[in-house]
Structures are given as structure tokens and as C-alpha cells.
Design a protein around this ligand. Structure first.
Ligand SMILES: Cc1cc2nc3c(=O)[nH]c(=O)nc-3n(C[C@H](O)[C@H](O)[C@H](O)COP(=O)(O)OP(=O)(O)OC[C@H]3O[C@@H](n4cnc5c(N)ncnc54)[C@H](O)[C@@H]3O)c2cc1C
Length: 558
């Protein structure tokens, strides 16, 4: 019997006191745990249908990795730096009647002194010329890569070619069904097949077409390790898709939060769920307050759900199924994390705008990282206890000099994001959680953080932004451990599961509808841990899919 039926039966009977759990002090139709973009989406859709909804978030602010903050008058984005529509975000906003003021967020790409600005499809030709200028010995290989990217861009045009049907009113919008959806479906199905055939790690894919190791690195080193080739190489299309909400990406979360409230949904922040009692249909917070639900949508870290769920009272078959998935989940890891340096700079936006756009992927050296972030790092971690601080810092030196940086300048997207005459910069690189954890255990985390900040500053101010170093008003940084602490994301991951092992969730687009199911009929899952590969659009999509499952279940009951 699921929670809803069980709760209806309970309402008819006298309440039974459970031996160690307090009766739920609060009772909701649907509880959503996790106020990131996925949880906010679920909450908006379920509360729109009049359910009694509670969204529970551990932090003071909602948004999770879609979050902005203001410091000394500078607006910074704590998580994602700009958003991609992917045929999902705008249809969702339209469907919910949310007006969000947005601007385009153009991307620049740079290697050493060569910088191009991505403006349209022709920019791919410019990218080709840039690569050929830097690696004249690898012309044929560059042609082959560009050919593949072009092919993938065509697939992306199909994939995101129409508004995602999940956000359309398919019962009433006949125009959409006959003019868009039906003609698109056969193209979509044939594209899905092609995409699935490019699911191998991007590194392996390149093995066959690129021999020049530096070129290989320069194209792929800012992707997570073993990213599926299709996903990695689709980024050129995504660069054209980026937009920025005025005031910061967090405005998207704010807008959804207001919508949840407008629909009558309740939001409880600074509340951390530490236990889920599956058979009693309750969640318990850090103050030992219990909340009862008919349906639960878990929109936070999935390893946490499987770790804290008490399934003792469930029928043996369900318990076993849950246990098997739990084993798989807990033996997997979150994907790569990031180190981010935030800078408040006493230099006008124009000085930076002359060099690159407000969203900039920059590699200061054409050499590429080689094995520095792979086997060298692995060895460093294995022998960490025996390594001298100097050895680790010398590794850090190479790591920061040869890496690729994602640089975001909110003020170049929306000038209101910086005080007059000043500029805020967000500079980040992919970073390994285990390294920070080991350094922390060894007792020199703050020193390491400072070293990393200094290294990044040296590299960036002696290459692309020479005016930077002398003009810094304030600086601070965030590490994979900060992300883990703030978001409770396993291994500080920023887009869910690592690609280095088979992922323990659905990873084929045609099965995405099933990704939100768990072995327990009253518990659904949503967000970046639910489907792989993930990001904001997929988190929103799974948020909506989970809400639909809850609503469909209710519709069948009555
Ligand atoms: C630097 C950076 C760059 C990125 N770039 C991109 C990009 O270019 N494209 C892209 O698509 N994506 C990108 N992402 C990833 C994207 O931001 C995330 O995948 C997405 O926002 C995840 O949303 P979510 O709601 O699933 O999870 P989260 O944002 O992690 O939200 C989960 C929420 O649950 C809360 N929570 C956790 N545990 C509990 C608990 N026990 N009780 C109560 N609350 C709890 C957390 O505090 C959090 O608010 C980037 C992320 C970062 C950090």
C-alpha cells in the first residue's frame, strides 16, 4: 500500500502511536526536499494543481547551484554562470507565466593571445582558424574535429529544435502537436540513435581522430573526465544558447520561489532532512520535527536519500530492491567539482570588455594539461601522506599554468551587476575533491586555498588581463569542500554523477521519463543526480517529470 492510501486509511482509524517515531507534526500532500532548481520546479507544478505542498531547503536561500549573491555592491553567481535554454527553460517559464528579464550571454574562447567571440554558426569556422594558427602541424586533425562538431550541432538543432513537449499543453495546443511535434518526432528518434552511438568518453573518441596530444587537451580538458563525446562536443551549440537573467542567474530561482508561494506552496528554509521513514511516510529534520507526506519528491543529493532512508517497515521485495540500488549509488561518486576565485576589481568593465565577452573560456598555454590532472594527480593522491608540501605546490604550479579557466564577468552581461567604474570577476577551474579533502586532513586547507588563489591570479594577470593584479579590492574563493558543505552535494559535484564509472541512473534520453522513479511508489527523485548527463535544463525537466508522476497518481486515485 502506498503512503496516500495508507494515510487515507489512517484518517479513518484512530491514530496509532509508533514506537520510536513521533507522529507527523505536519502533514502535506507532497513534500519536496531540496530547494535547488529541480525542487523549485517540482514545487511550482505540484502546488499549481492545488495540492498542499511543502518545499524543504537546508540553506537560508533557495536555488542550490543556481544562486547569486551581492558583496560590496558586486553581484556574483555562486553556481552556474549563465543558463542554456535547451528548449526547456523558456517553455517552462511561459507555461508558469513567469516573466524573467534576460540578456544574451555571448561566449569568447581564447588560447594564449588568440581570442574569438562566438556569435553565430559561422564562428565555428573562426574556431577552426584559431586552432590551425596555434597548431599548424595538425590541420587535417582540426578539420576532422570541426566536421564532427558540425555534425553534432545538426543533432542539437533537432534535439532542441522545438519547445520540450513536457512543458506544452498537449491536450489543447493542437497547433503545436500537428505543426511542430509530429513532424519533429521521426527526426528526433533517428537523432537519438546517433547520439547514443557517441556515448563513449570524449577522450576515447578523440583517440581515433587526433594524434596531437596538446590539441586533444585544448579541446577537451575543460570537460569533466570521461564526459560522453556527444555531450562534450555539443558545447559549441550550447555556447550560442547561453542567456543571463538581469541581476544574476539566481533571479531564475527567485522567480520560481515566488511562483511556488503564489500557488499556495509553503517553503521552509534552514531545515535539513536527516531521515526518511519510508513505511511511515515521514521525513525528519535536524530538530527532530516530523513531516508526513502522501508523496515525497527528493530533489537533493541521491546518495544522501539512499543513506538516510529507513526502509525497515517496507515489504521485503521493495526493501531488497531499494537495498540493491543503494549499494550501486553508494559505490559511485559525484563528478568533478570546481575551485572558484571571486574578485572585486577597481578597473572599469570596459577594460575587460575590450578583451573578451562576459563568459570566457580561456587557456593561457597551448601545451595542454597532459597527465597532470589525471595520472599525476592520482599518484599525488595515493602518496599524499608521504609527499612534501613543496611537491604538491609544484604540481599546483603546472596545474594552474596549463589549465583552462571559465571566467565570468556579470557586469559585462548586465552593467547593473557591478558598482560604477569597477568590475567583479568569477574565475574557476575544474578541481578534484579528494585533493582538498586530503589537504584539509593534513591541516593546511586555508594555506592551500590561498596558494591556489595566488597561482590563479599570477597566471591570469600575466596573460589575458594584465591590469588585474594591482587593482584588486577584495578576493575570496570557494572549493569543492565549500560546495559539499553548502549544497550537501557528494564530493562537491556540480552536475551529479562522475562519468568514470557506469552511472547508477537513467542515461538515455528516450527513457528520461523513468528517471524520476524509485523502488518506493510514494518517493520520486528529481534533479542532477536523477539523470546523466545533467545540468540545469535536465534538473528542471526531471523536476517537472517528478511533479507529473505525483499529479497523475492523484488523478488515478480520485
Ligand atoms: C560553476 C558551475 C558551473 C555550471 N555550469 C553549468 C552549465 O554550463 N550548464 C548546466 O546545465 N549546468 C551547469 N552547472 C550545473 C547546474 O548548476 C546544476 O546541475 C543544477 O543547478 C542542479 O540543480 P538541482 O536542483 O538538481 O540540485 P542543487 O542545485 O544541488 O539543489 C539541491 C538543493 O537541495 C538542498 N539540500 C541538500 N540536502 C538537503 C537535505 N538533506 N535537506 C534539505 N535540503 C537539502 C541543497 O541545499 C540545495 O539547495 C554548473 C554548476 C556550477 C557550480
Amino acid at each position: 500500500m502506498d503512503c496516500e492510501a495508507q494515510n487515507r486509511k489512517k484518517a479513518l482509524k484512530k491514530p496509532v502511536f509508533v514506537k520510536y517515531i513521533k507522529m507527523a507534526e505536519y502533514k502535506y500532500d507532497t513534500i519536496i526536499v531540496g530547494g535547488g532548481i529541480a525542487g523549485l520546479t517540482s514545487a511550482a507544478y505540484v502546488s499549481r494543481e492545488g495540492q498542499k505542498v511543502l518545499l524543504i531547503e537546508k540553506n537560508k536561500e533557495c536555488g542550490g547551484l543556481v544562486n547569486s549573491f551581492i558583496r560590496d555592491g558586486f553581484h556574483f553567481d555562486a553556481g552556474i554562470r549563465a543558463l542554456e535554454d535547451a528548449g526547456i527553460i523558456f517553455p517552462m517559464l511561459n507555461d508558469l507565466g513567469i516573466h524573467l528579464e534576460v540578456v544574451k550571454s555571448p561566449v569568447s574562447l581564447g588560447i594564449e593571445n588568440e581570442i574569438i567571440h562566438i556569435e553565430n554558426l559561422d564562428s565555428l569556422t573562426e574556431y577552426k582558424h584559431l586552432l590551425k594558427k596555434i597548431y599548424p602541424e595538425s590541420e587535417a586533425e582540426i578539420d576532422a574535429v570541426i566536421k564532427t562538431i558540425r555534425k553534432i550541432m545538426k543533432h542539437m538543432d533537432v534535439l532542441y529544435g522545438i519547445e520540450n513537449p513536457v512543458f506544452k499543453d498537449l491536450k489543447h495546443d493542437k497547433n503545436f502537436i500537428f505543426k511542430k511535434l509530429l513532424p519533429w518526432l521521426p527526426k528526433f528518434l533517428s537523432t537519438v540513435g546517433k547520439i547514443n552511438r557517441m556515448n563513449m568518453p570524449v577522450e576515447d573518441y578523440f583517440e581515433n581522430i587526433i594524434k596531437n596530444p596538446s590539441l586533444k587537451d585544448i579541446i577537451s580538458q575543460h570537460f569533466f573526465k570521461n564526459t560522453p563525446a556527444f555531450f562534450a562536443l555539443s558545447y559549441f551549440s550550447l555556447y550560442l544558447d547561453y542567456f543571463y537573467p538581469k541581476g544574476g542567474v539566481g533571479k531564475l530561482s527567485d522567480a520560481l520561489k515566488s511562483k511556488v508561494r503564489e500557488y499556495g506552496g509553503e517553503i521552509k528554509t534552514e531545515t535539513n532532512i536527516i531521515e526518511v521513514i519510508a513505511d511511515k511516510c515521514v521525513v525528519i529534520d535536524q530538530e527532530n520535527v516530523t513531516y508526513g507526506y502522501d508523496n515525497l519528491i527528493w530533489a537533493a543529493d541521491l546518495k544522501t536519500l539512499y543513506r538516510i532512508a529507513d526502509t525497515e517497515g517496507l515489504p521485503p521485495k521493495k526493501r531488497m530492491k531499494f537495498g540493491n540500488i543503494k549499494k550501486k549509488m553508494l559505490s559511485n561518486r559525484g563528478g568533478d567539482s570546481v575551485f572558484t576565485l571571486f574578485l572585486e576589481v577597481d578597473e572599469p568593465l570596459e577594460s575587460f570588455g575590450k578583451i573578451a565577452n562576459g563568459h570566457f573560456f580561456y587557456t593561457p598555454s597551448k601545451r595542454g594539461l597532459g597527465e597532470i590532472h589525471r595520472s599525476e594527480l592520482k599518484n599525488l593522491l595515493i602518496h599524499f601522506e608521504k609527499s612534501k608540501k613543496e611537491e604538491i605546490l609544484s604540481w599546483l604550479d603546472k596545474f594552474t599554468q596549463l589549465n583552462t579557466y571559465e571566467i565570468s564577468i556579470p557586469g559585462l552581461k548586465d552593467p547593473e551587476c557591478a558598482p560604477a567604474g569597477k568590475t567583479g570577476l568569477i574565475i574557476s577551474l575544474l578541481a578534484e575533491y579528494d585533493l582538498f579533502r586530503k589537504v584539509q586532513e593534513a591541516g593546511w586547507y586555508d594555506e592551500f586555498k590561498m596558494e591556489l588563489e595566488n597561482h590563479i591570479l599570477n597566471v591570469i594577470s600575466s596573460s589575458v588581463y594584465p591590469m588585474l593584479k594591482e587593482k584588486i579590492i577584495a578576493r575570496f574563493s570557494s572549493t569543492p569542500i565549500s560546495i559539499e558543505n553548502r549544497i550537501a552535494s557528494s564530493e562537491g559535484a556540480i552536475t551529479g554523477w562522475s562519468f568514470e564509472k557506469p552511472v547508477p541512473v537513467v542515461n538515455k534520453i528516450q527513457f528520461s521519463g523513468r528517471s524520476v522513479l524509485t523502488p518506493i511508489p510514494s518517493i520520486f527523485q528529481a534533479g542532477q543526480w536523477t539523470y546523466s548527463p545533467a545540468g540545469v535544463p535536465m534538473s528542471i525537466l526531471t523536476g517537472r517529470l517528478a511533479a507529473d508522476r505525483v499529479l497523475k497518481k492523484r488523478a488515478h486515485k480520485f
